[in-house]
Write a protein that binds this ligand. Structure first.
Ligand SMILES: [Zn+2]
Length: 202
């Protein structure tokens, strides 16, 4: 009778007599899906305060009205009057939001534009556009989400009054300021960012 042998698991159905720390680590670490939205959210030209709100939105951690359902309270959308305020409603499905998104990002995105949060998040993260367009789309995604969320909060405290036209103007100003502050000049590969912005929005 042979002695029992200890074997180290190197992979599924792959056992060896020697120990490999790298292989063992692969077995025990918590294999989480790579966060496929990270490229669309964390990028050099982003604006940190906007990035943070988008990061919360992606995890559905913003205190939207649907969170109050557990206490039997229904909180509608203060921007359009819809009965139920959810993340997916506020961002993209809400006519207030979508009007702004369509006006500002429509020419960059073209026919793929639609009011579905998951679709638009995927589109922003995929990077299927030229580099300049991709930066602008990602910037718009976070700037619009941030400012619509802010307007929603101001309205809840009876301070918000901005219509979609005013929001569009503000988004334009914020994007221009951001591009200016990046200071791309001369032979820099992203030097044409402002020109591209004027082309699609101006
Ligand atoms: Zn709404």
């Amino acid at each position: 009778m042979k002695d029992d042998k200890f074997l180290w698991k190197h992979d599924t159905d792959d056992y060896k007599e020697y120990f490999s720390s790298a292989r063992t680590w692969e077995q025990i670490r918590c294999k989480k899906e790579a966060v496929n939205w990270s490229d669309g959210v964390w990028f050099k030209q982003g604006i940190p305060r906007c990035t943070f709100i988008v990061w919360l939105a992606i995890q559905n951690r913003l205190p939207t009205g649907d969170r109050k359902r557990q206490w039997g309270i229904t909180q509608g959308c203060i921007l359009c009057g819809d009965r139920d305020e959810t993340r997916d409603h506020l961002f993209f499905a809400c006519p207030y939001f979508y009007t702004i998104w369509d006006r500002v990002a429509g020419r960059l995105i073209g026919r793929r534009i639609n009011p579905d949060w998951s679709d638009m998040l995927r589109l922003v993260c995929l990077g299927a556009y030229s580099l300049l367009d991709q930066i602008l789309i990602r910037l718009l995604f976070q700037v619009i989400i941030y400012h619509v969320w802010r307007e929603r909060n101001l309205r809840r405290h009876q301070q918000g009054i901005k219509g979609t036209d005013q929001l569009v103007c503000m988004v334009n100003k914020v994007v221009k300021n951001r591009i200016t502050s990046l200071g791309y000049k001369g032979h820099h590969g992203l030097e044409g960012l402002m020109r591209r912005w004027f082309e699609v929005f101006g």
